[in-house]
Each structure stands twice: as C-alpha cells, then as structure tokens.
Ligand binder design. Structure first.
Ligand code: MRU
Length: 367
C-alpha cells in the first residue's frame, strides 16, 4: 500500500465506521483502523493515531455522523441532546487545534438548520443532513488543500530548498496536506524541490511521518535533528520555511507544534521567510492574540522514555512537555490560505480573506 494513495481519514458507509491510517505505527507498518465508538474516536485523536489540525476536524465530523447513526431517539430534543453530548466529548480530546471545534460546531449547526427548516424533520432527515455536512467537510478539505498548494507554490521556485517542521503533510489532512501542498502541486507542474524536515521531538512527526510521506511521493528529502536548522540555513540550503498551524489568532500569532517559534526566530536571523500554510478553518477570529490560545500539555513519558529502548532521563526529573508553542506574528512572512496569501497587518488581511470566502459561498473553486 502506498500511503499517498490512501486517504488519511475517510468514511466507510458499509462498515458504518471512520477509517484512519494509524499514524502511531508509521513508518514501520501501514495499518488502517476502523472507528465506531465515541471512546475509540476520542482515543484515536488523543493518542495521535489521527493527528494534524485538518485531519482531526475531518475525523471528528465523520465520527460524529457515525455516532449520530447510533442515536435511536425519534424526538428532536432527545436526538439533539444525545448528539451534543457526543460532540462535547469528542471536543475534549485535544484543546489546541481549532479545526476540532470548528468541524463539530458545523455539524451541530447543520442539525439545527435542518430542524428549523422543518422539511424532513425526523430522524431520517436529521441523519441525511449530518451525512451531507460530514462529507462536505471531508471533500472541502481536499479542495482547500489543493488551493493552498496553488497559492503556496507562487512563493517558491523550481529547485528551491524548503524546511518544514512536524507533519503538516498529507497525513495531517485528507490529501495534499497544508505545508506540503505547494511541494506536491509544484511537482505536478514539473518542479523539483529539496526538502529538509526536522525530527520534531518528542513525538517525531517529522522523522516518522513527513520524511516517510515525502519519500513515498518521490521528493528529495533530508532529515535533520531539531537543533540543526541554523546549520542548514547558514549554509544557504533553505530558501523558505513552510509550516502548518493549529490555530491562528486574529492578530496573526499562531500556535503550531512545539519548536516552530524557535525555527521562526532562526529563519529571521538568516533572512529566510517563514510561511504559515493554513486553511481558513484554522483562523480563529474569536481568539485575539496568541496569549489566549490554550496549549496542550502532554505526558512526561513522551520526553523521558518513549522511542528509547531504555529510559533516557533520571527517574523523578521534572518534565515540561507543551505540545505547541506560539509564534509571534512579527516573525511570519505570510499566511497562505485557500483564498489567497494574507500579510501584515493580519487583522485587516484576514477580514479581506473572509470577505472573499463569503463572496465565493465558501467554495474556493468559485474564485
Ligand atoms: O500534535 P500534532 O501532531 O497533531 O501536531 C500537528 C501540528 O502541529 C501541525 O503542524 C498542525 O496541526 C498543522 S497540520 C496541517
């Protein structure tokens, strides 16, 4: 099985399950997981079996539909409360990526609209609406990432060196990814790039996932440790840094995998632009600045023993293990969205991006 030919997350109508690639097994084994129960979906997100902001959102939407099918309530109030309970539960799995609550809120909202419209206002009708919305979120992810790639590739030239962090690739979305989309779309146009991916301690998404998928896609890939970014930049091997993002605040500050802000500071030192490649679903205009973003804290074992054959830190040592950090908007050269590239001042440029989105009825292919 080539990972590039399998959707990272999808709905299996017959099995009434969400199918994901189990990312905790990569790159050693490609295993698919079938998720049907709320606990299974919650755990899959928490344990990073499915991960990356867009993929988490799609998984939650498809998952909520699968759970809705199991709700037997025939009256609207009963159905709504049962769905809301499951939605809130899934939403508690990880706090930082806004795509999770964004997708779940879309599902809740579509049920409300279906009920208030009054047509087919019964269990079958509600399920039909939820089914349509979940598949829309899934299909939009593919179209949106493709557009990110088209806009993003205008920022680079054939032969460029690109550095990326964590995995904002195909494995973090349904297809294409966000930070990798310019590379994949550029390659379709005949371009070639040299890509450096850093390991991304402590969970090694760069080594296990990005290096793996880029190689599978035939990209010239070089793996470096997290502390080698200055070295490759200083040698002139990097023309641009492309990263994904879990939440962009209204002022352009953004939370992404821990280490992104270090990379941004180093890139600034060497005059290399750092671009955030993110769908508009990752822009949270209700969060004013990066200080308001909740940063997930993860178990200390991820730092002290996971991946090692024996523990690599003294017993009882204090561990600080934030999963994300916030990069100040002043260090970001631009935010690539499916409706164009936003620049400073971000409050204004995001307003323009959302106006464009509204004018297209939320369909980036209508631009
Ligand atoms: O903890 P993870 O692996 O879910 O973190 C993922 C990232 O930080 C990604 O860069 C981000 O979600 C964007 S994915 C397109």
């Amino acid at each position: 099985m080539n990972i590039m030919e399998v959707d990272t997350v999808r709905l299996d109508e017959e099995k009434k399950a969400v199918i994901i690639i189990d990312q905790t097994k990569l790159p050693g084994r490609i295993e698919l997981l079938e998720l049907r129960q709320a606990e299974e979906i919650w755990r899959a997100i928490y344990l990073l079996q499915v991960r990356g902001a867009p993929a988490i959102g799609v998984c939650a939407a498809l998952g909520l539909y699968v759970l809705a099918e199991q709700i037997q309530e025939e009256d609207y109030e009963g159905f709504w409360f049962a769905l809301k309970k499951q939605s809130d539960y899934l939403n508690s799995s990880r706090p930082t990526a806004v795509n999770l609550s964004w997708a779940l809120e879309r599902m809740e909202h579509c049920l409300e609209i279906c009920h208030f419209n009054g047509e087919e206002d019964d269990r079958a009708g509600w399920l039909a609406c939820l089914h349509e919305e979940a598949l829309k979120i899934y299909a939009e992810d593919i179209a949106v990432c493709r557009r990110l790639g088209e806009y993003g590739m205008t920022l680079i030239r054939n032969g460029d060196g690109i550095l990326t962090h964590c995995n904002a690739g195909k494995l973090a979305a349904v297809r294409y990814g966000t930070a990798t989309a310019p590379i994949y779309v550029g390659m379709e146009a005949g371009n070639r790039y040299r890509v450096f991916c850093d390991e991304t301690r402590p969970l090694l998404q760069g080594a296990r996932l990005t290096a793996f998928e880029l190689q599978e896609a035939g990209v010239d890939t070089t793996l470096i440790c997290d502390n080698m970014s200055a070295s490759v930049m200083k040698q002139g091997w990097v023309d641009a840094v492309f990263v994904g993002c879990d939440r962009v605040a209204a002022n352009g500050d953004m939370a992404n995998k821990i280490g992104t802000s270090v990379l941004a500071a180093v890139a600034r030192q060497y005059g290399i632009p750092l671009y955030v490649v993110a769908p508009t679903s990752t822009i949270d205009v209700h969060t004013a600045t990066g200080d308001d973003i909740i940063i997930e804290q993860r178990p200390p074992e991820e730092v002290t023993e996971m991946w090692y054959s024996e523990r690599m830190a003294p017993e009882r040592v204090k561990v600080y293990n934030p999963a994300f950090d916030v990069t100040d908007h002043s260090l970001i050269a631009g935010v690539v969205t499916e409706y164009g590239i936003a620049g400073a001042p971000y409050t204004e440029s995001f307003r323009e991006i959302f106006t464009r989105k509204e004018a297209c009825g939320g369909n980036p292919d209508r631009q």
